[in-house]
Design a protein around this ligand. Structure first.
Ligand SMILES: Cc1cc2nc3c(=O)[nH]c(=O)nc-3n(C[C@H](O)[C@H](O)[C@H](O)COP(=O)(O)OP(=O)(O)OC[C@H]3O[C@@H](n4cnc5c(N)ncnc54)[C@H](O)[C@@H]3O)c2cc1C
Length: 343
Protein backbone atom coordinates (compact mmCIF):
# COMPACT_ATOMS: atom_id res chain seq x y z
CA UNK A 1 0.00 0.00 0.00
CA UNK A 2 1.26 3.51 -0.87
CA UNK A 3 1.49 6.12 1.83
CA UNK A 4 -0.08 8.74 -0.45
CA UNK A 5 -1.70 8.90 -3.89
CA UNK A 6 -1.64 12.36 -5.44
CA UNK A 7 -4.24 12.82 -8.19
CA UNK A 8 -3.11 15.41 -10.73
CA UNK A 9 0.39 16.44 -11.88
CA UNK A 10 -0.27 20.16 -12.17
CA UNK A 11 1.97 22.54 -10.21
CA UNK A 12 0.25 21.79 -6.91
CA UNK A 13 0.39 17.99 -7.20
CA UNK A 14 4.04 18.20 -8.30
CA UNK A 15 5.17 20.35 -5.37
CA UNK A 16 3.18 18.25 -2.89
CA UNK A 17 4.64 15.00 -4.20
CA UNK A 18 8.19 16.41 -4.22
CA UNK A 19 7.86 17.62 -0.63
CA UNK A 20 6.60 14.19 0.45
CA UNK A 21 9.44 12.41 -1.38
CA UNK A 22 11.96 14.74 0.27
CA UNK A 23 11.33 13.00 3.60
CA UNK A 24 10.96 9.52 2.14
CA UNK A 25 7.18 9.22 1.91
CA UNK A 26 6.05 6.62 -0.63
CA UNK A 27 3.93 8.60 -3.11
CA UNK A 28 2.30 7.75 -6.44
CA UNK A 29 1.19 10.56 -8.76
CA UNK A 30 -1.45 9.83 -11.38
CA UNK A 31 -2.23 12.24 -14.22
CA UNK A 32 -5.01 11.85 -16.78
CA UNK A 33 -3.21 13.74 -19.57
CA UNK A 34 -0.74 11.93 -21.82
CA UNK A 35 1.69 14.86 -21.64
CA UNK A 36 1.99 18.32 -20.15
CA UNK A 37 0.03 21.06 -21.94
CA UNK A 38 2.32 23.41 -23.91
CA UNK A 39 0.03 26.33 -22.97
CA UNK A 40 0.61 28.21 -19.75
CA UNK A 41 -2.44 29.48 -17.89
CA UNK A 42 -0.42 31.15 -15.14
CA UNK A 43 2.47 33.51 -15.77
CA UNK A 44 3.35 34.67 -12.28
CA UNK A 45 5.17 33.61 -9.14
CA UNK A 46 4.64 35.92 -6.19
CA UNK A 47 7.15 36.74 -3.40
CA UNK A 48 5.78 34.21 -0.90
CA UNK A 49 5.90 31.37 -3.43
CA UNK A 50 9.53 32.23 -4.19
CA UNK A 51 10.28 32.35 -0.45
CA UNK A 52 8.76 28.89 -0.08
CA UNK A 53 10.89 27.56 -2.95
CA UNK A 54 13.94 29.27 -1.45
CA UNK A 55 13.40 27.38 1.83
CA UNK A 56 14.28 24.25 -0.15
CA UNK A 57 17.11 25.93 -2.08
CA UNK A 58 15.00 25.79 -5.24
CA UNK A 59 14.35 29.45 -6.11
CA UNK A 60 17.53 29.89 -8.22
CA UNK A 61 16.42 28.34 -11.53
CA UNK A 62 13.02 30.08 -11.33
CA UNK A 63 14.56 33.49 -10.65
CA UNK A 64 17.21 33.05 -13.35
CA UNK A 65 14.62 32.27 -16.02
CA UNK A 66 11.78 34.56 -14.97
CA UNK A 67 11.40 38.28 -15.58
CA UNK A 68 10.90 40.35 -12.37
CA UNK A 69 8.04 42.88 -12.45
CA UNK A 70 8.36 45.37 -9.56
CA UNK A 71 4.73 46.52 -9.79
CA UNK A 72 1.33 44.98 -10.44
CA UNK A 73 -2.26 46.06 -10.95
CA UNK A 74 -5.29 45.68 -8.68
CA UNK A 75 -8.52 45.25 -10.64
CA UNK A 76 -7.04 47.20 -13.53
CA UNK A 77 -6.89 50.44 -11.48
CA UNK A 78 -4.35 52.96 -12.79
CA UNK A 79 -2.37 53.18 -9.52
CA UNK A 80 0.09 50.28 -9.52
CA UNK A 81 0.90 48.09 -6.51
CA UNK A 82 4.54 48.59 -5.53
CA UNK A 83 6.12 45.26 -4.54
CA UNK A 84 9.53 46.85 -3.95
CA UNK A 85 8.45 47.97 -0.46
CA UNK A 86 7.86 44.38 0.69
CA UNK A 87 10.18 42.91 3.31
CA UNK A 88 11.36 39.97 1.22
CA UNK A 89 14.34 38.74 -0.81
CA UNK A 90 11.96 38.70 -3.80
CA UNK A 91 10.26 42.13 -3.94
CA UNK A 92 8.56 41.57 -7.28
CA UNK A 93 6.21 39.34 -9.24
CA UNK A 94 8.25 36.93 -11.31
CA UNK A 95 6.87 36.40 -14.81
CA UNK A 96 7.47 32.75 -15.64
CA UNK A 97 5.08 30.64 -17.73
CA UNK A 98 3.30 27.88 -15.82
CA UNK A 99 4.79 25.32 -18.20
CA UNK A 100 8.31 26.13 -16.95
CA UNK A 101 7.20 26.14 -13.32
CA UNK A 102 5.72 22.68 -13.84
CA UNK A 103 8.81 21.40 -15.69
CA UNK A 104 11.13 22.62 -12.92
CA UNK A 105 8.92 21.06 -10.23
CA UNK A 106 8.73 17.80 -12.17
CA UNK A 107 12.53 17.75 -12.41
CA UNK A 108 12.68 18.15 -8.65
CA UNK A 109 10.21 15.29 -8.15
CA UNK A 110 12.25 13.00 -10.40
CA UNK A 111 15.51 13.85 -8.59
CA UNK A 112 13.81 12.73 -5.40
CA UNK A 113 12.80 9.40 -6.95
CA UNK A 114 9.17 10.30 -7.66
CA UNK A 115 7.40 9.36 -10.86
CA UNK A 116 4.23 10.34 -12.67
CA UNK A 117 1.86 7.81 -14.19
CA UNK A 118 0.75 9.69 -17.31
CA UNK A 119 -2.58 8.79 -18.90
CA UNK A 120 -3.88 7.37 -15.62
CA UNK A 121 -7.22 8.98 -14.78
CA UNK A 122 -8.87 8.80 -11.35
CA UNK A 123 -12.44 7.60 -11.80
CA UNK A 124 -13.63 7.65 -8.19
CA UNK A 125 -12.33 7.48 -4.60
CA UNK A 126 -13.64 5.81 -1.46
CA UNK A 127 -12.28 5.41 2.05
CA UNK A 128 -12.46 3.24 5.17
CA UNK A 129 -10.91 3.49 8.61
CA UNK A 130 -7.41 2.44 7.45
CA UNK A 131 -7.00 3.98 4.04
CA UNK A 132 -8.48 5.21 0.80
CA UNK A 133 -8.80 3.73 -2.68
CA UNK A 134 -8.72 5.27 -6.13
CA UNK A 135 -10.16 3.48 -9.16
CA UNK A 136 -7.88 4.37 -12.04
CA UNK A 137 -8.31 4.06 -15.82
CA UNK A 138 -4.87 3.59 -17.40
CA UNK A 139 -3.67 2.64 -20.89
CA UNK A 140 -3.84 -1.07 -19.97
CA UNK A 141 -7.24 -0.97 -18.32
CA UNK A 142 -8.79 -0.17 -14.98
CA UNK A 143 -7.20 -0.94 -11.61
CA UNK A 144 -7.42 0.18 -7.97
CA UNK A 145 -4.70 1.98 -6.02
CA UNK A 146 -4.83 1.79 -2.24
CA UNK A 147 -3.06 4.28 0.01
CA UNK A 148 -3.18 5.58 3.54
CA UNK A 149 -4.10 9.04 2.16
CA UNK A 150 -5.35 10.44 -1.16
CA UNK A 151 -4.88 14.08 -2.14
CA UNK A 152 -6.95 15.61 -4.94
CA UNK A 153 -4.77 18.08 -6.83
CA UNK A 154 -6.93 17.51 -9.89
CA UNK A 155 -8.01 21.05 -10.62
CA UNK A 156 -11.29 22.93 -10.53
CA UNK A 157 -13.35 20.06 -11.95
CA UNK A 158 -11.88 17.70 -9.32
CA UNK A 159 -13.11 14.10 -9.51
CA UNK A 160 -11.65 13.45 -6.06
CA UNK A 161 -13.72 16.28 -4.57
CA UNK A 162 -17.00 15.28 -6.19
CA UNK A 163 -16.47 11.56 -5.62
CA UNK A 164 -15.71 12.18 -1.93
CA UNK A 165 -18.96 14.13 -1.67
CA UNK A 166 -17.25 17.37 -0.63
CA UNK A 167 -19.46 20.36 -1.42
CA UNK A 168 -18.10 23.12 -3.67
CA UNK A 169 -20.41 26.04 -2.95
CA UNK A 170 -20.16 29.36 -4.73
CA UNK A 171 -21.29 31.16 -7.84
CA UNK A 172 -21.30 30.09 -11.48
CA UNK A 173 -19.59 32.09 -14.24
CA UNK A 174 -21.54 35.16 -15.31
CA UNK A 175 -18.77 36.97 -17.22
CA UNK A 176 -15.77 35.87 -19.23
CA UNK A 177 -12.51 37.38 -20.37
CA UNK A 178 -10.42 36.70 -23.49
CA UNK A 179 -6.82 35.58 -23.67
CA UNK A 180 -4.36 35.30 -26.56
CA UNK A 181 -0.66 34.49 -26.76
CA UNK A 182 0.39 36.26 -29.96
CA UNK A 183 3.28 38.05 -31.63
CA UNK A 184 2.98 41.86 -31.57
CA UNK A 185 5.12 43.67 -34.14
CA UNK A 186 4.47 47.03 -32.45
CA UNK A 187 3.65 46.32 -28.78
CA UNK A 188 2.35 49.14 -26.57
CA UNK A 189 4.81 50.66 -24.08
CA UNK A 190 2.24 50.54 -21.21
CA UNK A 191 1.45 47.22 -19.47
CA UNK A 192 -2.29 47.73 -19.90
CA UNK A 193 -4.84 49.65 -21.96
CA UNK A 194 -8.12 50.69 -20.31
CA UNK A 195 -10.93 52.99 -21.38
CA UNK A 196 -14.70 53.15 -21.79
CA UNK A 197 -14.58 50.38 -24.43
CA UNK A 198 -12.89 47.82 -22.17
CA UNK A 199 -9.40 46.94 -21.04
CA UNK A 200 -6.60 44.41 -21.38
CA UNK A 201 -3.17 43.59 -20.03
CA UNK A 202 -0.19 43.10 -22.30
CA UNK A 203 2.51 40.90 -20.79
CA UNK A 204 5.75 40.29 -22.71
CA UNK A 205 6.81 36.65 -22.59
CA UNK A 206 10.47 35.61 -22.72
CA UNK A 207 10.10 33.85 -26.09
CA UNK A 208 9.01 36.95 -28.04
CA UNK A 209 5.25 36.40 -27.70
CA UNK A 210 2.91 38.63 -25.73
CA UNK A 211 -0.04 37.59 -23.56
CA UNK A 212 -3.13 39.75 -24.07
CA UNK A 213 -5.91 39.21 -21.51
CA UNK A 214 -8.93 41.39 -20.85
CA UNK A 215 -12.59 42.16 -21.39
CA UNK A 216 -14.84 44.42 -23.42
CA UNK A 217 -18.54 45.06 -22.88
CA UNK A 218 -19.27 42.68 -25.73
CA UNK A 219 -16.85 39.91 -24.75
CA UNK A 220 -18.10 39.64 -21.16
CA UNK A 221 -21.29 37.77 -22.07
CA UNK A 222 -19.75 35.08 -24.29
CA UNK A 223 -19.68 31.63 -22.62
CA UNK A 224 -16.22 30.42 -21.59
CA UNK A 225 -16.53 27.24 -23.64
CA UNK A 226 -17.13 29.12 -26.93
CA UNK A 227 -13.80 29.06 -28.82
CA UNK A 228 -12.12 32.45 -29.22
CA UNK A 229 -11.08 33.22 -32.82
CA UNK A 230 -8.07 35.28 -33.80
CA UNK A 231 -10.27 37.79 -35.66
CA UNK A 232 -12.41 38.18 -32.56
CA UNK A 233 -9.36 38.85 -30.37
CA UNK A 234 -8.01 41.33 -32.89
CA UNK A 235 -11.42 43.01 -33.01
CA UNK A 236 -11.55 43.47 -29.23
CA UNK A 237 -8.04 44.89 -29.12
CA UNK A 238 -8.76 47.32 -31.97
CA UNK A 239 -12.03 48.35 -30.34
CA UNK A 240 -10.23 49.33 -27.10
CA UNK A 241 -6.87 50.57 -28.42
CA UNK A 242 -7.66 51.64 -31.98
CA UNK A 243 -4.85 49.36 -33.24
CA UNK A 244 -4.00 45.67 -33.12
CA UNK A 245 -0.30 46.39 -32.45
CA UNK A 246 0.70 44.32 -35.50
CA UNK A 247 -0.82 41.21 -33.99
CA UNK A 248 -0.07 37.89 -35.71
CA UNK A 249 0.89 34.25 -35.19
CA UNK A 250 -1.58 33.30 -32.45
CA UNK A 251 -0.21 30.40 -30.39
CA UNK A 252 -3.06 30.01 -27.89
CA UNK A 253 -6.53 31.57 -27.79
CA UNK A 254 -8.82 30.96 -24.84
CA UNK A 255 -11.43 32.42 -22.48
CA UNK A 256 -11.68 32.37 -18.70
CA UNK A 257 -14.74 32.82 -16.49
CA UNK A 258 -15.53 34.29 -13.07
CA UNK A 259 -17.03 31.19 -11.42
CA UNK A 260 -16.04 31.47 -7.77
CA UNK A 261 -16.24 28.38 -5.57
CA UNK A 262 -14.49 26.88 -2.55
CA UNK A 263 -14.51 23.37 -1.12
CA UNK A 264 -16.47 23.21 2.13
CA UNK A 265 -13.79 20.97 3.67
CA UNK A 266 -10.15 20.60 2.63
CA UNK A 267 -10.04 17.29 4.56
CA UNK A 268 -12.61 14.55 4.67
CA UNK A 269 -11.08 11.70 6.69
CA UNK A 270 -8.32 10.22 4.53
CA UNK A 271 -9.05 12.42 1.52
CA UNK A 272 -7.61 15.92 1.15
CA UNK A 273 -7.82 18.66 -1.47
CA UNK A 274 -5.27 21.28 -2.58
CA UNK A 275 -4.97 23.97 -5.24
CA UNK A 276 -7.75 24.56 -7.76
CA UNK A 277 -9.51 21.42 -6.52
CA UNK A 278 -10.12 23.41 -3.33
CA UNK A 279 -10.73 26.89 -4.79
CA UNK A 280 -11.64 28.36 -8.19
CA UNK A 281 -12.00 32.02 -9.17
CA UNK A 282 -11.39 34.56 -11.95
CA UNK A 283 -7.62 34.72 -12.60
CA UNK A 284 -7.35 38.36 -11.48
CA UNK A 285 -3.95 39.30 -10.09
CA UNK A 286 -2.40 35.96 -11.06
CA UNK A 287 -2.92 34.23 -7.72
CA UNK A 288 -4.38 30.71 -8.07
CA UNK A 289 -1.18 28.82 -8.75
CA UNK A 290 0.60 30.73 -6.00
CA UNK A 291 -2.05 29.98 -3.38
CA UNK A 292 -2.08 26.35 -4.53
CA UNK A 293 1.69 25.99 -4.11
CA UNK A 294 1.35 27.39 -0.61
CA UNK A 295 -1.49 24.92 0.13
CA UNK A 296 0.86 22.11 -0.91
CA UNK A 297 3.70 23.42 1.22
CA UNK A 298 1.43 23.69 4.28
CA UNK A 299 0.00 20.20 3.81
CA UNK A 300 3.13 18.24 2.85
CA UNK A 301 5.11 18.30 6.10
CA UNK A 302 2.00 17.54 8.13
CA UNK A 303 1.01 14.62 5.94
CA UNK A 304 4.57 13.29 5.97
CA UNK A 305 4.71 13.47 9.77
CA UNK A 306 1.36 11.63 10.04
CA UNK A 307 2.44 8.96 7.51
CA UNK A 308 5.60 8.33 9.49
CA UNK A 309 3.69 8.05 12.77
CA UNK A 310 5.47 11.05 14.27
CA UNK A 311 2.28 12.98 15.11
CA UNK A 312 -1.41 12.14 15.55
CA UNK A 313 -3.55 12.55 12.43
CA UNK A 314 -5.45 15.41 14.06
CA UNK A 315 -2.58 17.63 12.88
CA UNK A 316 -4.12 17.40 9.41
CA UNK A 317 -7.14 19.37 10.61
CA UNK A 318 -4.87 22.39 10.95
CA UNK A 319 -4.40 22.25 7.17
CA UNK A 320 -8.08 23.13 6.68
CA UNK A 321 -8.02 25.58 9.59
CA UNK A 322 -5.05 27.47 8.15
CA UNK A 323 -5.63 27.27 4.40
CA UNK A 324 -9.43 27.52 4.07
CA UNK A 325 -9.43 31.17 5.28
CA UNK A 326 -6.66 31.96 2.77
CA UNK A 327 -8.79 30.47 -0.02
CA UNK A 328 -11.82 32.44 1.16
CA UNK A 329 -9.79 35.68 1.11
CA UNK A 330 -8.55 34.79 -2.38
CA UNK A 331 -12.13 34.47 -3.63
CA UNK A 332 -13.12 37.80 -2.06
CA UNK A 333 -10.07 39.51 -3.50
CA UNK A 334 -10.61 38.19 -7.03
CA UNK A 335 -14.34 38.99 -6.92
CA UNK A 336 -13.53 42.57 -5.90
CA UNK A 337 -10.96 42.88 -8.68
CA UNK A 338 -13.41 41.43 -11.19
CA UNK A 339 -16.03 44.00 -10.19
CA UNK A 340 -13.51 46.83 -10.51
CA UNK A 341 -12.30 45.51 -13.86
CA UNK A 342 -15.83 45.21 -15.22
CA UNK A 343 -16.96 48.73 -14.32
C1 LIG B 1 -6.22 32.31 -18.04
C2 LIG B 1 -5.63 31.96 -16.71
C3 LIG B 1 -4.53 32.68 -16.27
C4 LIG B 1 -3.99 32.38 -15.01
N1 LIG B 1 -2.93 33.11 -14.57
C5 LIG B 1 -2.42 32.85 -13.35
C6 LIG B 1 -1.27 33.55 -12.90
O1 LIG B 1 -0.71 34.38 -13.61
N2 LIG B 1 -0.81 33.27 -11.66
C7 LIG B 1 -1.39 32.32 -10.86
O2 LIG B 1 -0.93 32.13 -9.72
N3 LIG B 1 -2.44 31.61 -11.28
C8 LIG B 1 -2.97 31.84 -12.51
N4 LIG B 1 -3.99 31.08 -12.97
C9 LIG B 1 -4.49 29.97 -12.14
C10 LIG B 1 -3.57 28.74 -12.25
O3 LIG B 1 -3.40 28.38 -13.60
C11 LIG B 1 -4.18 27.58 -11.46
O4 LIG B 1 -4.49 28.05 -10.16
C12 LIG B 1 -3.22 26.41 -11.36
O5 LIG B 1 -3.08 25.76 -12.61
C13 LIG B 1 -3.74 25.40 -10.34
O6 LIG B 1 -2.86 24.32 -10.27
P1 LIG B 1 -3.40 22.89 -9.82
O7 LIG B 1 -2.22 21.99 -9.83
O8 LIG B 1 -4.21 23.04 -8.58
O9 LIG B 1 -4.47 22.48 -10.93
P2 LIG B 1 -4.28 22.25 -12.49
O10 LIG B 1 -3.20 23.12 -13.03
O11 LIG B 1 -5.65 22.37 -13.08
O12 LIG B 1 -3.77 20.76 -12.59
C14 LIG B 1 -4.64 19.68 -12.33
C15 LIG B 1 -4.07 18.45 -13.00
O13 LIG B 1 -4.91 17.34 -12.66
C16 LIG B 1 -5.15 16.58 -13.81
N5 LIG B 1 -6.41 15.86 -13.61
C17 LIG B 1 -7.66 16.38 -13.63
N6 LIG B 1 -8.56 15.42 -13.37
C18 LIG B 1 -7.86 14.27 -13.20
C19 LIG B 1 -8.24 12.92 -12.92
N7 LIG B 1 -9.53 12.57 -12.77
N8 LIG B 1 -7.28 11.99 -12.81
C20 LIG B 1 -5.96 12.33 -12.97
N9 LIG B 1 -5.55 13.58 -13.25
C21 LIG B 1 -6.49 14.54 -13.35
C22 LIG B 1 -5.19 17.60 -14.95
O14 LIG B 1 -4.96 16.99 -16.21
C23 LIG B 1 -4.09 18.56 -14.53
O15 LIG B 1 -2.83 18.18 -15.03
C24 LIG B 1 -4.56 31.34 -14.21
C25 LIG B 1 -5.65 30.62 -14.69
C26 LIG B 1 -6.18 30.92 -15.94
C27 LIG B 1 -7.36 30.11 -16.44
Amino acid sequence: MNDVVVVGAGPVGLLLAAELRLVGVDVTVIERAAARSPHSKALTLHPRSLEVLAMRGLAGPFVREGVPMPTGHYGGLPVRLDFSVLDTRFPYTLVLPQLRTEQLLEERLRELGGEIRWEHRALRVRQDADGAEVDVAGPDGTYTLRAAWVVGCDGAGSTVRSSAGIDFPGTRATTTGFLGDVVLDAPPSAPSVDNEHGGFLVVPLADGHHRIAGTTGESLAIPADQPLTFDELRGYVRQVAGTDFGMRAPRWLSRFGNASRQAARYRDGRILLAGDAAHMHMPMGGQGLNVGLQDAFNLAWKLAAVCQGRVPEGLLDTYHAERHPVGAALLENTQAQTMLGAT
